[in-house]
Design a protein around this ligand. Structure first.
Ligand code: SAM
Ligand code: SF4
Length: 526
């Protein structure tokens, strides 16, 4: 979500003539897009704010803005705590950011009210249909997509498209419903139109974004804008779903998540890969699994965070499912899609978590065989139900140990899952130079090295989201493969990465690609 917000802000500002630099010291305006999900992320950004404060006290003239969830959660008290901050903008108000920057650049002493755009928690919690039809929609729709990357980071071949904003699940540990507001569902037409524009502009892979994508449900004919066109609407909530899909909508036509996936697959045929995050483990209907099975360009990948293997803890988290129901969902997914790749999130050290609860989480990890898991230590977040009602009673060293134990367990599972790919040929969407190459390049810049001769390693992802690296053929160029989907034969595996080589047929095509590129055709399919 944050990455997409940054991209939209960048597009909005580029259209107004701003240019970008990775060097904060040389910038006139420094914006930090903040995350509030865990305390650590907040601390990191506040330490950077501190450093800019020192520079400003030494006379640097720079506008400092904090945008995103931390700005929304902490609000205006941040301005007195950190007087170096010139503007605050919440994630639901990003369309007002250019005005705030303008105010801050033009006047040294603007009123606090002209430096702040925040939704305010209460307003967001009671969002109405009218509130949903806000300018944010325009921000998504008017995204300035530049296939050349706007001079920042090279050409773009993958993109995010938001399908819902906000969240109404209120898991007791989570700050998102407070910082991003009520769950609002964009219209299917707007989503399909955005996907089509991106694919026409050269995007190969689109990831649909929502906090609980399977709860996407748009009821047609109820929310109309002034011109009679459909507008975003507040989501119906979990009670509108059963295991096999949404309940009826009183005779009204609806677009379900399965329907939306099918529409994009059908109506944007030039899109090579369609993926989505994040799945909510409850109400993931067979209709979605069947569309994934029947549409070859939809990736067979689910990011379905379980959070805990203990039913008692899941209840305290207000997740709305049991570990048994989670496992039933995974079994059903594997039944319909035997080659599905599954990733998850887990929180360790949630209040009252015992060794027994923790053991149940470890057992569940072994049972599901996730390809990877993001494992977080519980971080109490002000304003959440857990913060108010459940003392953070698991000691830090216990949280750390459980975190390390699960990381070690998951590393073993990931190694087995990755090893199963050895000997197979996988389709890899090439993202660019591998991390190794990028750090070698950084080293060369810092140390003034000459570019070493020899092999260059490229990196990409399989449809199941497995990171795969391979060597560029000696006469190939990285840019000829970047953004393409190529067959790679897997030679060996580590816990989180596959190592392979380009299939022979592609190696010769890669050479042809160089020739064809030189003659000016850039949309060659490999
Ligand atoms: N909507 C997604 C879902 O329900 O699975 C998750 C979105 S949340 C922004 C991303 C992940 O952050 C969660 O899956 C959870 O594991 C982790 N997380 C959220 N709040 C947390 C907290 N207070 N402490 C530790 N981890 C947290
Ligand atoms: Fe947070 Fe729960 Fe919503 Fe996910 S579903 S964003 S964890 S409240």
């Amino acid at each position: 979500m944050n990455e997409l917000d940054s991209e939209l802000v960048r597009g909005q500002l580029a259209a107004l003539g701003y240019s970008f630099t990775p060097d904060a010291d040389s910038a006139d305006v420094v914006l930090y897009n903040t995350c509030s999900v865990r305390e650590q992320a907040e601390n990191k950004v506040l330490s950077r704010v501190g450093k800019i404060g020192i520079r400003k006290r030494e006379g640097a003239r720079v506008v400092l803005g904090l945008i995103g969830c931390l700005a929304e959660r902490e609000g205006t008290p941040l301005l007195s705590r950190f007087p170096q901050i010139d503007l605050l903008c919440g994630p639901g108000e990003l369309d007002r950011l250019p005005m705030l920057i303008d105010n801050a650049l033009k006047t040294e002493t603007v009123e606090a009210a002209d430096r702040v755009a925040l939704a305010g928690n209460r307003n967001r919690r009671t969002a109405t249909l009218a509130a949903a039809a806000d300018n944010l929609e325009l921000l998504d729709l008017s995204r300035a997509f530049d296939p050349d990357g706007g001079g920042s980071g090279g050409p773009r071949h993958s993109a995010y498209v938001r399908i819902t904003r906000g969240c109404n699940k209120f898991c007791t540990y989570c700050v998102v419903p407070f910082t991003r507001g009520a769950e609002v569902h964009r219209t299917p037409d707007a989503i399909v139109q955005e996907c089509r524009r991106l694919a026409d502009g050269g995007v190969v892979e689109i990831t649909l974004l929502g906090q609980t994508v399977n709860h996407y449900l748009y009821t047609h004919g109820v929310a109309l804008g002034v011109n009679g066109q459909e507008v975003p609407q507040v989501g119906p909530g979990g009670s509108a779903f059963t295991r096999s899909g949404p309940r009826g909508a009183n005779g009204r036509r609806v677009t379900t998540f399965a329907g939306l996936l099918g529409r994009i697959h059908e109506e944007v045929p030039s899109l090579r890969r369609l993926r989505f995050v994040t799945c909510f483990p409850r109400d993931f209907g067979d209709d979605i699994l069947r569309v994934m099975r029947d549409c070859p360009r939809i990736c067979r990948y689910l990011h379905a965070p379980v959070q805990s293997g203990s039913d008692r803890i899941l209840r305290l988290m207000n997740r709305g499912y049991t570990s048994g129901e989670y496992l039933e969902f995974i079994d059903r997914a594997r039944d319909i899609l035997p080659d599905i790749s599954i990733a998850g999130d887990v929180i360790v050290g949630f209040p009252t978590e015992t060794e027994h609860d923790f053991g149940q989480t470890a057992d569940l990890l072994g049972r599901v065989r996730f390809k990877n898991n993001f494992i977080f230590k519980y971080s109490p977040r002000p304003g959440t139900t857990a913060w108010d009602r459940l003392p953070d009673d698991v000691p830090t060293d216990v949280k750390r140990r459980r975190n390390n134990d699960l990381l070690a367990l998951q590393a073993g599972i990931s190694a087995t899952v990755h090893a199963e790919q050895v000997g197979r040929t996988v389709e890899v969407f090439v993202e660019g130079l591998s991390r190794r190459e990028n750090s070698r390049a950084a080293g060369r810049v810092e140390l003034g090295w000459e570019r070493p001769r020899g092999r260059i390693q490229m990196s990409g992802r399989t449809a199941g989201d497995l990171i795969t690296v391979f060597d560029l053929p000696p006469d190939g160029k990285p840019e000829t493969l970047q953004g393409r989907i190529v067959p790679v034969r897997v030679l060996r595996a580590a816990p989180l990465v596959l190592f392979g080589c380009l299939e022979a047929s592609t190696r010769s095509l890669a050479k042809q690609t160089v020739a064809v590129h030189r003659s000016g055709i850039t949309q060659l399919e490999i």
